[in-house]
Design a protein around this ligand. Sequence first.
Ligand SMILES: [Zn+2]
Ligand SMILES: [Zn+2]
Length: 380
Amino acid sequence: MKSFRFIIRIFPVILAGILLLSPARVRTPLQFPDILGYRTLKCDFHMHTVFSDGNVWPTVRAEEAWRNGLDAIAITDHIEYQPHKADVNPDHNRSFDIARPDGEKLGITMIKGSEITRKMPPGHLNAIFIRDASLLAKDTWREALAEAVKQDAFIFWNHPGWKGQQPDGVARWYPEHTELFEQGNLHGIEVVNEREYYPEAHRWSIEYNLTMLSNSDVHDPVFMDYDPDHGDHRAYTLVFATDNSVEAIREALFDRRTVVVLNNLMAGAEPWLQAIFKNSVQVKNSTLIISAGESVYLQVHNTTAVDYALVRADTIDGFEFPHEVILYGGKTVLIKIKRIAKEIPEQLQISLPFRVSNLKVTPDESLFVEFPLTIIPASE
Ligand SMILES: [Zn+2]
Ligand SMILES: [Zn+2]
């Protein structure tokens, strides 16, 4: 009896111990709505392991992707740069082959890729959806890319403004890129790499119809560089695909169905951004009863992982509403609306116009959105 009471007494201590010792194998979801008949997949198509200059074993990349809320990844070790090759098998297919079963067990779509690593121009290019990475080891970049094309790869230009190759951080388009583009062998471009957004790359993606990508290019364990529990995520690309198969993701990339995300910055074509915004923002009370000279609150909920920074795009006669509003991700925010007008019709339709300053349609233009409202005068 005495020992039973002792166990009861120390039970909370045992429980706390178990909880503290449990490894945190937890997935933090990245919430985005499915749009326009497609599934919205969160993807990172650029990262490294010990099989090139990364500092993690390939299976770690698979579980990190799961924990970080991603749906698909490509491990893209360098072909031409393998600083660990005295310690690690230099076979270019090994990192994918090792990571794949772990990724698939967790429901992560695993895509085979490599980074063709040359000096600028043309710089570094990723070839993904390849069959045999070893065949990309060639003397010249032209031969390496010809082999990637032969393997039906999706080819994109990595970190065009990387200071390692462009010391002023400004991306430049060289004749070599024109050559690749005119041959039909440049399909996408990193508008975001790691924590950098390249406005020039954004412009070229529009001018040349290249798929926009946002990738982490992570080399160390993700937890060393990011803190997703506190809203700091690695860069990722939203891909609008019919399903999460390798083939559907490939088709979506060739069809340019992407939006890039870097924490609270999103960039993409207007219809995608508009659909994401419309499907993730809910106005809880779009009919408002207001007396002259009084204010009421509009309740607006944002279901995504991104904060939307609204800036008033115009004024409305007879009403006042804030110049700036932040719709915090996962939260409901109040927007104060004041009726100045003395006389208004029985049912007045108005629309609050805003620009979402962190949702970029082009490098210089942010997404225009409206909140349609019905105003009813309070009976006095
Ligand atoms: Zn690179
Ligand atoms: Zn890289």
